[in-house]
Write a protein that binds this ligand. Structure first.
Ligand code: SAJ
Length: 435
């Protein structure tokens, strides 16, 4: 523990208590620092102040409970002065895939009145290149009494009252608490001293290396990481269509290709979901549309996979029969439904298929409201759904589905988009194994 840093940062405010903000707040609070968490959602605030959590993430419940119990973590809907402000609010895209900085701007406007000289602001939300500078400009407009870094009007060497840096979160849902501490961090200060100040803060709890750069580079590093993964998944998804066309088992093909020392094909699936990989590449496209044909094609390939899965399902299923869909969340063992291809598949399948669609999702207790609009979609437990279903579609590779008793599946039509019951893994006889 960096004692000097602890002395410099007595109060930390984390803005946005979602999948990134809440774990960050809890980890810092458990390092003996007073943390105030701010969120616009009253229910979230009340839940956290009871020492409970509103999302599913391994060990987060214990972390939050302990932090609240020792009095180091308190949540509120309004901002109070602090030494550090960490911004972790959503940065989605609008309908035409343009960056939507609405939540970020709201957070910054709410923070402006409580800012004091010497404060450090860290933007952790994944953001288009130039956003950190934008924050400095917004704050400068709101607080002309303070000097902000990185503005066109200030020279690089000029003194500033406030320190601003971007350090994009890079944690993997499902492993957030481990990666928050162990991962290396990229820190882009608007000035070198902003970067140094942010590094001091992270030295409190990060065991990975903190790499300093400028804010624009840090912004693009994060976007490039997610666009890179998106592109690799798109390749796997495209190969799954090729394999289907040529009647080749995609999973065998990938296993064999990956024996090559320089090949590592990722897994195909029903499409790419989540609030990051399905969104962030658009930020690069928006900044450089002419230079990004590959990233745009990648998005198109991954975005069209759910429709392909629907077509496969309609091909093998009698119109009035019951279809069971396993999984709604965007990936395994979490409850996050944002941008989930499974949601798109269930919703659009229900429109095209007159029979019942039974949804089994162990990480939620009822259907989200936007699926309740279709009368033929029902939330169901696996044991009940399996009795009714003629077709089974695996949409998410939750651990519960990998280990279920597969004997009752023997006479069902199966579309296993995740390959969890693939032939090599003893898929029941009499079933198909398409991806
Ligand atoms: N997926 C596949 N095939 C694969 C891997 C993933 O179809 O082989 C699908 C998943 O099912 C899911 C989507 O891709 O629908 C994204 O899942 P993911 O596990 O690849 O990534 P996220 O979105 O949960 O987290 C990513 C991570 N980024 C990278 O790995 C480069 C994480 O480190 C980031 O912090 C996070 O985005 C973020 O918040 O930006």
């Amino acid at each position: 523990m960096n004692i000097q840093a602890k002395a410099n940062f007595k109060k930390v405010c984390v803005i946005g208590l979602g999948y990134v903000g809440l774990p960050t707040a809890a980890v810092i609070a458990n390092h003996g620092i007073t943390v105030s968490g701010v969120d616009i959602d009253q229910n979230t605030v009340e839940t956290i102040n009871k020492g409970k959590i509103h999302i599913i993430e391994p060990d987060l419940d214990i972390m939050v409970r302990d932090a609240v119990k020792i009095g180091n973590l308190h949540a509120a809907t309004s901002m109070k002065p602090a030494d550090v402000f960490i911004i972790a609010v959503p940065t989605p895209v609008k309908e035409r895939n343009e960056p939507d900085l609405r939540y970020l701007e709201q957070a910054v406007q709410a923070l402006a009145p409580v800012l004091n000289q010497g404060n450090l602001i860290i933007l952790e939300s994944t953001s288009p290149v130039g956003t950190t500078k934008k924050i400095s400009q917004w704050l400068s407009d709101a607080r002309p009494d303070l000097k902000f870094p990185g503005l066109k009007t200030t020279s690089k060497s000029a003194q500033h009252d406030i320190y601003i840096a971007h350090s994009p979160e890079r944690v993997l849902p499902g492993k957030i608490l481990v990666e928050l501490v162990k991962n290396d961090r990229v820190i882009g200060g608007l000035t070198p001293s902003c970067g140094e100040r942010a590094r001091e803060l992270y030295s409190l709890f990060v065991t990975g290396t903190c790499h300093l750069t400028n804010a624009d580079t840090a912004e693009l590093v994060k976007l490039a990481e997610n666009a890179y993964r998106d592109t690799n998944i798109a390749f796997a998804n495209e190969m799954s269509l090729v394999c289907d066309e040529l009647n080749i088992d995609i999973w065998d093909m990938i296993d064999l290709a990956n024996l090559h020392p320089r090949v590592d094909i990722l897994k195909p699936g029903p499409g790419v979901g989540g609030h990051c990989i399905a969104v962030d590449p658009w930020f690069i496209v928006h900044s450089a549309p002419e230079q990004t044909p590959l990233i745009q094609a990648t998005r198109q390939v991954n975005n069209s996979k759910p429709d392909w899965v629907i077509k496969q399902a309609l091909k093998v299923t009698d119109p009035l029969s019951t279809i069971m869909c396993l999984g709604l969340s965007y990936k395994s063992d979490i409850d996050d439904l944002r941008e989930s291809p499974a949601i798109r598949i269930v919703k659009n399948l229900a429109i095209k298929h007159p029979g019942l669609i039974l949804v089994v999702e162990p990480n939620i207790s009822e259907l989200p409201s936007y699926l309740k609009t279709e009368d033929n979609i029902k939330y169901c437990l696996y044991d009940d759904a399996i009795k009714e279903a003629e077709t089974v579609i695996v949409l998410t590779d939750h651990k519960e589905f990998k280990t279920i008793d597969r004997a009752p599946l023997a006479n069902k039509k199966i579309i296993d988009t995740r390959g969890i019951w693939r032939k090599g893994k003893k898929i029941p006889t009499g079933t198909t194994n398409s991806s």
